[in-house]
Write a protein that binds this ligand. Sequence first.
Ligand SMILES: Nc1ncnc2c1ncn2[C@@H]1O[C@H](COP(=O)(O)OP(=O)(O)OP(=O)(O)O)[C@@H](O)[C@H]1O
Ligand SMILES: [Mg+2]
Length: 259
Amino acid sequence: MSKDYSKKIKSIDDKLEKMRIKRKDSDYTKVKEDVFDTPTLISLYNLSNKDILYALGGAISTGKEANIFFAESSDKPIALKIYRITTSTFRAMEEYILGDPRFKNIRHEKRDIIMAWTRKEYRNLIRAQNAGIRVPSPITTEKNILVMDFLGENEVSYPLLKEVKLDTEQAHQIYETIKSYMRKLYKHGNLVHGDLSEYNIMIDPNNIEPIFIDMGQSVTLDHPRAEYFLNRDIKNITRFFKRFKISDSPEDLSAFVRN
Ligand SMILES: Nc1ncnc2c1ncn2[C@@H]1O[C@H](COP(=O)(O)OP(=O)(O)OP(=O)(O)O)[C@@H](O)[C@H]1O
Ligand SMILES: [Mg+2]
């Protein structure tokens, strides 16, 4: 490593040290080495230079491909979704990216695929938002980092659909909104979520409103597997809501979404 380079890294480390004002949970150190490799540190540094990132908080979630962190911009809480470069299972990403005509010029190297994936989630969120679906508002991307609005209160994320206790009426209300989101996404956004389930839908406790999250794998309708992904999403949703005596079959929901 050249001397200049190590100097740059040192200054990034110093800067990050300063940003870690809320370094209180033990998760942080556990995931630190895994997530904060040099390219990621540089991206965080760039975000802070661009005045987007003011303080990096604790880890919210450690997923298969990405980690979510609480953070702060100048005027509001934000969430950072940091796709891991070194330890992600990026083979699965290829299947989605390679069939997507929006990304046909991507070189097939791991780092390029992860950057394209991050960009793809950003664009998918914008597309969904424009189609009238409630999602975390995307703010920007920096290499393997997606910056978006934080959904929660007092640094605690809103619960996932799978975590909330619902009465029948609330469940019906949420189901109706999810149905309309799925239709809007398909009809107006030309997009299929691709991993829709009670694990990727948050609930705003203030108005019991669903919020779709985790759209990295969402594909446009011209993707060869779009119909397959949509059918899978439909099955997940009807399966989940059966327990609330919602008797729509996958065929019923499919007809609603597509017609
Ligand atoms: N904008 C946000 N604000 C607050 N919390 C969030 C936000 N986005 C995601 N989360 C939290 O982080 C978790 C993981 O997010 P997401 O599903 O996008 O990542 P993931 O790595 O694909 O996860 P997994 O591999 O577990 O599906 C969510 O379940 C949610 O609890
Ligand atoms: Mg998820």
